[in-house]
Design a protein around this ligand. Structure first.
Ligand code: HEC
Length: 299
């Protein structure tokens, strides 16, 4: 495993754009000690690390680089943005920021989460710069604490997860997830220097696939898609609407059973009363409700 190179300690700088960035020095940009460097790629992860510090992972053709920025949070590029970053290399392990150009917002790309391999074992090891899947991951503990690390585990490895949005107070989901992402070195999130991180590009509940098949059989997809409007609303929008509603399941079961209109527009949905029993409707409502985690964790 290629260990990554050290970064200088953060220096707090007035909030007027960037003044300095720290890039993973295993990359081409980091190996230069003078002259101009240019990095172009897609931001596949983003995390605010404090008032004047943020992290993003810029995936480029060479695999990608982790970038820690100092400056104004509002200048931290969003996940999905395709950006071109120009900087002046220094003989230290940081770059002096010159300019950032937004090439494309890639608005439809999912938002991200950063995961650190605490055990240094399992799927994340020895795979720097590669795309990886960590299947069957479970959150440990009962509640999220906003912005803090939380333990997650698979059958053979343990990880620390950092989410880019405060999740304070949310109960952790009880089911398994598949994490998809790119492996980067750990130093870039200011960790203890050991292990790697999985910069996730998507977090998907495992249970989704079976119920999805069932929903397809029940013709739900003739009017609904997961992320776009069709005749009815995208399921992700429904999940968004009921994200914090304790009665979400019963309200959705009501809609599935009896149909309804006016909540999303003038087109009615016909109910499935007599065609689906209560357990089946609850399963479908649960499945839609679960999608909120894709929103919450990837926000
Ligand atoms: C013939 C088209 C059609 C089919 C088939 C259909 N829906 Fe809908 N669905 C709609 C429309 C239209 C709306 C928006 C209704 C409104 O504005 O109140 C909707 C809304 C919903 C909502 C949101 C309810 C809310 O409270 O906001 C849920 C949940 C839902 N559908 C689930 C399902 C499920 C599950 C299935 C399959 C069992 C299904 N739908 C099949 C057209 C359909």
């Amino acid at each position: 495993m290629k260990n990554s190179v050290k970064f200088l300690l953060a220096v707090v700088i007035a909030a007027t754009g960037w003044t300095r960035i720290e890039a993973d020095t295993t990359s081409e940009a980091g190996s230069k000690t003078s002259g101009e460097v240019s990095l172009e790629g897609v931001v596949t992860a983003r995390s605010i690390m404090g008032e004047t510090k943020g992290f993003f992972f810029l995936q480029d053709d060479a695999g990608g680089v982790g970038v820690v920025m100092e400056g104004d949070q509002k200048d931290l590029p969003r996940a999905g943005y395709q950006i071109k970053l120009t900087a002046e290399a220094t003989d230290k392990s940081y770059l002096n920021y010159k300019a950032m150009e937004l090439v494309n917002t890639n608005a439809n790309m999912p938002r991200l989460t950063v995961v650190r391999d605490a055990s240094d074992a399992g799927a994340v090891k020895d795979a720097l710069g590669k795309y990886a899947v960590v299947p069957g991951t479970k959150f440990e503990g009962s509640k999220f604490k906003g912005g803090e690390m939380i333990k997650i585990a698979t059958s053979n490895a343990k990880f620390d997860a950092v989410t880019s949005m405060p999740l304070d107070g949310y109960s952790v989901p009880q089911y398994d997830f598949n994490f998809f992402g790119v492996i980067a070195s750990n130093d870039i999130v200011g960790g203890d220097g050991s292990g790697n991180i999985l910069v996730t590009t998507r977090v998907v509940p495992v249970s989704a696939s079976e119920t999805r098949k069932f929903a397809t059989q029940q013709t739900c997809f003739t009017c609904h898609l997961v992320d776009k409007k069709l005749v009815g609303p995208a399921y992700l929008w429904v999940a968004q609407k009921y994200k914090n509603d304790p009665d979400a399941i019963s309200k959705m079961v009501e809609q599935i059973e009896n149909g309804g209109m006016g909540k999303w527009g003038p087109i009615p949905m016909i109910g499935f009363k007599g065609r689906l029993n209560n357990d089946q409707m609850t399963e479908l409502a649960d499945w839609i409700h679960e999608m909120r985690w894709e929103l919450i964790l990837n926000e």
